[in-house]
Design a protein around this ligand. Structure first.
Ligand code: IDP
Ligand code: MG
Length: 149
């Protein structure tokens, strides 16, 4: 089973959308196996966004992700990484299709509400930045047989 890291970013928390965004992923059928609220410090933000270091938007991105509380969650599904990315929509909300989180609820690339890992390898690394192994729960879900056949 694949796992992916989801962050409900500070703009989503400030706009009162956090629960609704978690709910959209739950309703899709993804299984939530870890969840916490925290405020990212700059060291953690640098590790999360290391691949963007040096880009013109990097400092603004670090300021943004550290600017208020976020939710960090781990979701599980057979293709969790791709399913979450497609549910979020394009990075730039102006390009995101209606029906996606960003396409329905956001306008600006600098305030795009959510983060989802972009590969299985990055998901593993990113989950490790936010959760210890014992914070990720392994539990049966009665609805599973109605979601996957
Ligand atoms: P992703 O979040 O869809 O994976 P990435 O390219 O990994 O997109 O970029 C990480 C985050 O950096 C984006 O979600 C967005 O918040 C921010 N970002 C990316 N490109 C720009 C930009 O051109 N201007 C401002 N912020 C950007
Ligand atoms: Mg990314």
């Amino acid at each position: 089973m694949q796992r992916t890291l989801v962050l409900i970013k500070p703009d989503a928390v400030q706009r009162g959308l956090a629960g609704r965004l978690i709910s959209r992923l739950e309703r899709r059928g993804l299984k939530m196996v870890a969840l916490k609220m925290l405020q990212t410090d700059r060291a953690l933000a640098h590790r999360l966004y290391a691949i963007h270091e040096g880009k013109p938007f990097f400092e603004g991105l670090v300021d943004y992700i550290c600017s208020g509380p976020i939710l960090a969650a781990v979701f599980e599904a057979r293709s969790a990484v791709e399913v979450v990315r497609r549910t979020m929509g394009e990075t730039d909300p102006a390009q995101a299709s209606p029906g996606t989180i960003r396409g329905d609820l956001a306008l600006d690339i600098g305030r795009n509400l959510v983060h989802g890992s972009d590969s299985v390898e990055n998901a593993q690394m990113e989950i490790g930045l936010f959760f210890t192994e014992d914070e990720i729960l392994d539990y049966p879900r009665e609805s599973d047989r109605w979601i996957s056949g």
